[in-house]
Structures are given as C-alpha cells and as structure tokens.
Design a protein around this ligand. Sequence first.
Ligand code: TXA
Ligand code: MG
Length: 332
Amino acid sequence: MYTKILEANDESVGICAEMLRNGDIVAFPTETVYGLGANALDGEAAQKIFEAKGRPATNPLIIHVADKSQIDEVAYVDEMSKKLIDALMPGPLTLVLRKKSCVPDIVTAGNATVAVRMPDHPVALKLIKAAGVPVCAPSANTSSRPSPTMAMHVYDDLCGKIPVILDGGKCPFGMESTVLDMTTRPPRVVRAGSIELKQIENVIGPVGKETVISDSLSMLKEPTRYVPKAELAFSAYYDNMCSVISSYYDRQKSLGRKPVIFCLKPNANKYGDRRTVIMGETIVDYARLLFEKLREAEKCNYDLVIAEGVPMGGIGTALLSRLMKLSHGNVI
Ligand code: TXA
Ligand code: MG
C-alpha cells in the first residue's frame, strides 16, 4: 500500500473525513500525539487499526469526539464526569465510562467500558466533525514503539500499512492524555499524562493517586511494551544525579558503547564534554520532547540513552512512568 502524507488544510481534511466515513483508517494530529483513526461505530474499520499497528486485540481504543454532546452517543455520562467534561475538555484528558451498545466490542476489547476524549487540536476537531462520526484512535505508532509526535514518526513506523497521514506539524504536548477511570469511586488515574492530577482534583476532589509504581505494575501486565531501538536507562532524581550519570556514561563508553545523556538545560554544563541532548528548560519541555528525542537518538545510532530523572508529582509523574516503561525499569 502506498502511504500518502497530506499537509492538513480544508481540502485534505475533507478527503480524510470521507475516507473515515468509507471505512478507511487515517493518521491525524492531536494536541498529545498522532492518532490512527477509524469510524468508532464500524467494527471492520476498527479492525484495520489493530492490523496496521500490530496491536493485541486485548488493548482497547480511545474514542475521539468533536463535540462534548457526542460523548453521550457512545457512553453513559455521570454527574462527576460531566463536571470534568465541562471544565477540562477539549484537552488531554480521557475518561473511562460505561459504554453504550452502539460501540462495537472490538473497540473496547470486549469491556463494558469505553475510553472517550475530545482533543484540543484544530485539525483533529475539524476532521472528526467533517467525518460526522466518533473516531476511535490509539497512538499512530507500531505497537511497542514510542508514540509519534510528528507525521514523519508515523511514516517511519507505518509506511506501507496505512493509506494516509494528515500532517499537522508537531504535537504541542508530545505526551499522551491522562486516562481516568470514572467507573470506580473514587475515580482512579490509570495512565498519568498531560493533564495533571491537581487539575482533575480541583474539579472533583480527591481521586485514586497514580504512582510510578502502580503505572509500572500495570505496564508489566500490558501485552505490549515500548521497545526503543537504543537501550534506555534513567537515573532516580537526587542531589548528585549528574555525577552518577557521568560515571555510568564513562563506564559504558569504556565498554565500547555509544551513549548519550538526556538532560535539562540547567544541568548541561555538569557533564563536561560528554554527549548530551538538551531536553529544554523545564520538566514540561522534557515530557514534550522525550519521544521525539528518543527517535532522533536511534537515527544517530546511539545505542544507549541515559536520561535524567525528575521529581515525582505533576507532569513529572507522567514523564517518570514513560521512562519506566521505555527502559523496562532500567534505573541506574
Ligand atoms: O493522547 C492520547 O491518549 C492518544 C491520542 C491519539 O488521543 N491516544 C493514545 O491511545 O495514547 P493508546 O491506545 O495508545 O492508549 C490508550 C490507553 C491504553 O493504555 C488503553 O489501555 C487505555 O487507554 N484504555 C482504553 N480504553 C480503556 C478502557 N475501556 N478501560 C481502561 N483503559 C482503557
Ligand atoms: Mg499508544
């Protein structure tokens, strides 16, 4: 199959919307990462997503809507969820709700619940609106690869397996949405992500806390895991982190490896002339750049990425859980 990359504009969005209506799959940008979408009410179309990604049928998809009222078409919305929808959507928050019967089993992996979100990205919203149907979409990477934050990442993974990629530039958050299970009381974060816990708690009060440990436990149960081509290790966050990372780097280099350090800019001068990639000024920058810089490091033939740790809490928790997954728990 030939894979086209179309720059996002009114015409290309119209073409892709029609493809979705016709049962085809389309990769498109969101504010978090690129998604691989299909008509969420068409089981055969959804099946194509699992095939293209090599995704196990046990891993359910997120349904994307263009309008808050469209959520009612696919799920039962309780009062607490309604408050979150009013306050935080559109945005990088996914709610797990009780599903309605119009949603095919393949989309929810046979669960009685369905994950729903309204992306805060003009191209995604235009596409879903023009398609006129809710759009189920996982991240548009091959299963076990880092999520794609640019059209080229999607192309690198799925070229020849999908018909079209709508190119809307870089994804502004660069990290997936926070997934909150609203079917338990209190609600529980099942994946830390771009919306912080405190933003959710400001609206509905205390929720079950996500921890890096609970995230990584659920990771161990996941049938698919991230497999970066370069090995990843990361440091816990503490005072002399930079000197521990430096010694680890030196030891690995002396063993003939080609390591690189992912660090925040304020720390960069602590690594002397060792190779570094600067992950911006703040933890938010670091989270946004992680997947992109990992893919770049692979292309530069580094065989070991040594990433700085960050303090727990807020977006730091989401970042640590990705480092934990990507490194398979390889903490130095
Ligand atoms: O930011 C995002 O969430 C991106 C963009 C494209 O929207 N999507 C994304 O999808 O990351 P995916 O499929 O890569 O991750 C969806 C996560 C998975 O961990 C999945 O297990 C969980 O959401 N999930 C989906 N449906 C669920 C359900 N019914 N109950 C519990 N977890 C669910
Ligand atoms: Mg994914």
